[in-house]
Design a protein around this ligand. Structure first.
Ligand code: URA
Length: 226
């Protein structure tokens, strides 16, 4: 297992300024900027690839997406395919997206970290995914900030505790703050539960909370809930 640093890690600051104040980007400009961003991300990430994190998982979706969903980081399936949210959590996220009236390819899905975080678990006798450490997040965040700056969605939805904690430095737990609007560079940001949590605690209450959070997002986008 890689040793974890005990010293506090300073997270890179959120870039200054509201996204709405930046000069507008055409679709073609966004595509070109994201392609450049991705090739720089791949080059910077290459030294960190290993047996457990075999691929970079940059994120995917429409460059003009109205919503960017931000998860925590790739798991084993995402690492195998190099795509975000393609495992069991991804299947539930897809259902959430469809329930909102979108297809997956119409929105954008990203993560705090772009490489799988996993370690050997002595007790389990197998490799286990682990939450990103502050060091992992500090490496991934500048890439995510730039990614969001290029896409400039209308709304951001964070999935789970690490996503909201690391993206905006939120100190309250997700149980307490889900369903309440936050801001990211002038954009409305809705924190909700991670699909993996909902799958673990698959109760009508938890599903209802996530749906109510997503309905608030739809309202901001001017969409009527079906
Ligand atoms: N969980 C995440 O947070 N991100 C993924 O891409 C997959 C699972």
């Amino acid at each position: 297992m890689a040793p974890r640093s005990r010293t506090a890690v300073a997270l890179p600051p959120i870039p200054a300024g509201d996204l709405a104040d930046l000069p507008p980007l055409s679709r073609d400009q966004k595509i070109a900027l994201l392609a450049q961003w991705e090739s720089e991300l791949r080059a910077a990430s290459a030294p960190f690839l290993n047996d457990l994190a075999t691929k970079v998982v940059p994120g995917e979706g429409d460059v003009d997406a109205p919503i960017v969903f931000v998860g925590e980081g790739p798991g084993v399936e995402e690492d195998r395919l190099g795509r975000p949210f393609v495992g069991r959590s991804g299947q539930l996220l897809d259902k959430m997206i469809v329930a909102m009236g979108f297809q997956r390819q119409q929105i954008y899905i990203a993560n705090i970290v772009k490489l799988r975080c996993a370690e050997w678990d002595e007790t389990l006798g197998r490799v286990k995914d682990r939450p990103p450490t502050p060091e992992d997040a500090a490496r991934g965040l500048p890439w995510l900030h730039r990614q969001i700056e290029i896409i400039r969605p209308k709304v951001i939805v964070t999935l789970g505790a690490p996503a909201i904690k690391y993206l905006i430095g939120e100190t309250e737990g997700v149980m307490k703050i889900r369903g309440t609007w936050r801001q990211y560079r002038g954009l409305p940001l809705m924190p909700t539960y991670h699909p993996a949590f909902v799958l673990r605690a698959y109760t009508p209450e938890n599903r209802g909370k996530v749906w109510s959070d997503l309905q608030q997002v739809m309202k901001v986008l001017g969409m009527a809930a079906k």
